[in-house]
Design a binder for this molecule. Sequence first.
Ligand code: XMP
Length: 527
Amino acid sequence: MSTAAASLDKGQARVADERVLVLDFGSQYAQLITRRVREQNVYCEIVRHDITVEQVRNHSPRGLILSGGPSSVYEDGAPKCDPGIFDMGIPVLGICYGMQVACEALGGKVENTPSREYGRAQVEVTSDSDLFTGLPHETEVWMSHGDQVAQVAAEFMPLAKTRTCPIAAVKHSSLPVYGLQFHPEVTHTPLGGMLLKNFLTAICECTGTWTLGNFAKETIAAIRERVGKDRVICGLSGGVDSSVTAALLYKAIGPQLSCILVDNGLLRKDEQAAVLSEFTDHFRADLHIVDGEERFLAALKGIDEPQEKRRRIGHAFIECFKEEATKIKDAKYLAQGTLYPDVIESGAAPDGPAATIKLHHNVGGLPEELGFDLIEPLRDLFKDEVRRLGTELGLPEDLVWRHPFPGPGLAVRCLGEVTREKLEVLREADSIVVGEIKSAGLYRQTSQAFAVLLPVQSVGVMGDARTYENAVAVRCVDTADFMTADWSHLPHELLAQISTRIINEVKGVNRVCYDISSKPPATIEWE
Ligand code: XMP
């Protein structure tokens, strides 16, 4: 089944008529290539490297991009593509390993080079071509390879070289096949966007029709058609994904939408009220708030092992949700805010997963036993696209740019056993952290910022008295994908202000530390 058809099955519009496929050979940059193509208003998705000619045909792509990858093409078992794809008349751009695969498949030779190239390099354009239109004769690029194409078949024309790589770009003379040994998708190749644009517009003849406005219109129409007169339940968490999902649903079916917010008692300060006011300001749908605090706290009593805490919270959530959902008559569908990275990371993509798969926490949601048909209108989108879509749908800035918050909530930030008293302390400290970062104008720049209540007490002195109280860690990270992250280099004055306010204003805390670990080896959350 084609992805378009599969998407329709999930209650979505066919996302674009102009589409490009990225064949993933295990590159860490496959998602980045996809995003770069979408930035040119061309819909793009990742498929397995061994997609068949028939499957490619079902997608009707305008172009194919072969990603990089960690292997050597001459090794046994190295991933290859169906060689038939080069004869389909569809333009192909091979990047790094992808170029080596294409050149080898079409009669060239790839070798390990004595001088590996990692990092910045100057590339010199040696022949005119539609791929390099508008680029200067010399330009900076990002290289990351141990192998390179040593020899190309006679039909290939070298287009560019670097000091150590004589064939840094190629074009086939009779097939629409191109290759780049360097990475146009990374920001370290400053004119990489221009190269991709040349490939998409001049070579693939895309006009750039994919916009989030069109996506919203088509998705709303598709939901309306699929749902008919039935009722849809949507779980709200206060986060951007579930809010945008609800907004799309609301525009599509209005009063046939019922939303459920489970207040697990593990939300941030004033969060339930914030969701409620955002919800009532923007929708008039049926809203059910489940007060689950007692149940969750009872489930967590005496438990300090992180995975067991998560398991119990997950279980209590399903129970609460199920109880409320069964009160909603005639519900046939359940809407979830699953995003594209969740789909490819969990291997659920119809044409197979990318090579570097991690099962991420955010995948999963509610079990099938609830018996609903799923509607996942965001499953083709990246997080930043969801944010832009939220703005397009008229959701407030505050909601659209809210940092992600884990399903198990403050429980994974209240280390050890969770109690109501500890949660109160943590909520106050957390609200100071976020408030101060917002006041400093750094909230949008940081990806996640929060407080963690540590399970230790330390000695301090307040006034003339000795104290023996809690320690709070401040965690603030910068990340593009939440798979890797760096700690945010916040100004010292801001850290000082956060620390002073927490110690002065939050009863029971006498020490504040700043977490300066990156991920890996640490994770973003402490549990
Ligand atoms: P880690 O701590 O693994 O977190 O670096 C990566 C991202 O995932 C979020 N996270 C979770 N989200 N359930 C969730 O829905 C969870 O159990 C969970 N654990 C971590 C975390 O906040 C960060 O954005």
